[in-house]
Design a protein around this ligand. Structure first.
Ligand SMILES: [Cu+2]
Length: 173
């Protein structure tokens, strides 16, 4: 049986006396300590990320629940419908999509007006879809504009949220 270089140096270290052995074990302890500290830091970081993600997920769940509750409160002839059925606000050409509703839900503008919807529900995307106009992909921010050239009543809605609807009444200019 032959001994490898490693084994030989290990044996030498064993017989080198207490001085050398404790010096080696000190180095080993420092190295192990550093390794442990590094591993602990990584674990803390991962734990932190996990908590942040869990918190974000919880927030999304709460928002979704709030949306469901709001939609539930709406029910028949509730929130959304009532808002959309309300007398249209005139002198306004901007509509905000916030808190899962369009504000104002109903506006009245003269023909030729460009109406701009602003998406302001940072966590919840919305869109605008009516007969002849659509914003496309749901958005969390940014805006969508459409020019209404012909008089008439244009109902629209957000395709993602039941009861999130509005109306543009276009009068003869
Ligand atoms: Cu929506």
């Amino acid at each position: 049986m032959t001994t490898t270089g490693h084994e030989r140096s290990a044996i030498r270290a064993m017989y080198a006396g207490p001085g050398r052995a404790s010096w080696l074990s000190t180095i080993w302890a420092v190295k192990a300590g550093k390794r442990l500290a590094r591993r602990a830091a990584t674990a803390m970081f991962l734990l932190g990320t996990g908590i942040a993600l869990r918190r974000l997920r919880l927030m999304l769940v709460l928002l979704a629940l709030a949306a469901i509750v709001l939609a539930g409160c709406g029910g028949e002839g509730g929130n959304g419908e009532a808002a959309a059925a309300a007398a249209p606000v005139s002198g306004v050409s901007e509509v905000a999509a916030t808190d899962n509703q369009f504000t104002p839900a109903a506006i009245q503008v003269p023909a030729g007006t460009t109406v701009t919807w602003r998406f302001q529900d940072r966590f919840v995307p919305h869109d605008v879809k009516g007969d002849g106009f659509a914003s496309g992909e749901p958005q969390r921010s940014g805006s969508f504009a459409h020019t209404f050239d012909r008089p008439g009543t244009y109902p629209y809605r957000c395709t993602l949220h039941a009861g999130m609807d509005g109306r543009v009444v276009v009068t003869v200019s």
